[in-house]
Design a protein. Structure first.
Length: 330
């Protein structure tokens, strides 16, 4: 099968050697970088992928564990290895964008360095984009084997909630592991918003995408940098970035509470006229105050979240700042 496919690719474009840029964000990943590099080099030198040129674009996202030193050593050994180092930790979203800005391949692949994004899927991804005509091939986990129950439950709940609230669909189990043509990469770069949520951006820009299913793979080494709180913050980022329904919800809650308060007022007046009010209305008053105060704080909180995102967008700060960059990419 692979030999037939290799012949087909050669016949498709015999005079041009296509180039793939691998964009790899890294944050305190010194245990995994060399493992990733060796696995990729072994894979890319055999099968259908050996027909390609390739480059690695490592983005050091403000690591403090010596990750940059390892990447520099790889760059000295192999001129296909490039790196960008941030002035501090700006987050994975900024790292992906920086990698896309500096990737000059005909195709671009975004993937994690911990090998949870299995390199073995690259052949199927390449086939989908180059032979089958898709604009993008994306990896989708069909299970969360090896992941904690609480984390799995929260992740699954997030996809259900965001798909209820948002006008776009984000596939459950979707990864940032993508093999895309140049048009898709340029479209992602053109989305210049400060508050970035890549899974939403991938869905929003459209394009023809093939989903490639795979079973969850545990990290090759080290520990995840995503705590429950970071995952929650990231989920809120996605919901706010791709849905305004929370604002409508705040308005609806306000209307409902006004109606309940009006009904309660009529009930209290009638009760006082018919039975009197020996307790002087203290319990009713406290219930109404607590209810209305809670609703107001909820609605103000929702409005504040959107306002804070708008505030950050209007400041026009750079999404990332580069401290150091290899000369080959300068």
């Amino acid at each position: 099968m692979q030999s037939n496919l290799a012949e087909l690719l050669t016949m498709k474009n015999p005079d041009t050697v296509e180039k793939v840029s691998f964009v790899i964000p890294c944050y305190n990943e010194k245990e995994t970088i060399s493992i990733y590099y060796e696995a990729m080099e072994s894979l890319l030198k055999k099968g259908i992928l050996e027909k390609l040129q390739w480059e690695y674009v490592f983005i050091d996202d403000g690591s403090t564990d010596g990750s940059l030193k390892i990447i520099k050593e790889l760059a000295e050994r192999n001129n296909k290895v490039h790196f960008i180092s941030f002035s501090r930790n700006f987050g994975k979203e900024a790292a992906i964008l920086a990698g896309l800005h500096n990737a000059d391949g005909d195709y671009v692949v975004t993937m994690d360095v911990d090998l949870q994004d299995s390199p073995n899927l690259l052949s199927d991804m390449y086939r989908a984009v180059v032979v089958e005509g898709y604009d993008c091939a994306a990896a989708m986990r069909i299970n969360r084997k090896g992941e904690g129950r609480i984390r799995s439950f929260l992740s699954e709940s997030f996809y259900k909630v965001i798909n209820k609230l948002s006008d776009i669909e984000i596939v459950s189990g979707a990864r940032d592991y993508r093999f895309m043509n140049r048009n898709v990469a340029d479209a992602i770069i053109s989305v210049g918003e400060y508050n970035r949520f890549s899974k939403g951006i991938f869905s929003w820009i459209g394009f023809k995408t093939k989903w490639i299913e795979y079973e969850n793979v545990e990290r090759s080494a080290g520990n995840t940098k995503w705590s429950i709180w970071k995952l929650f913050s990231y989920a809120m980022e996605g919901i706010v970035a791709f849905s305004t329904k929370l604002l409508n919800l705040a308005s609806a809650i306000g209307i409902i509470c006004c109606m309940l308060a009006f009904i309660s007022l009529i009930f209290i007046v009638i009760r006082a006229l018919v039975y009197g009010d020996p307790v002087a209305g203290w319990p009713s008053m406290m219930c109404v105050i607590i209810l209305m105060g809670g609703v107001q704080l909820l609605c103000v909180g929702i409005l504040s979240t959107y306002l804070s995102k708008t505030y950050l967008e209007t400041k026009k700060r750079p999404i990332y700042i580069i401290r150091e960059k290899d000369e080959k990419k300068a």
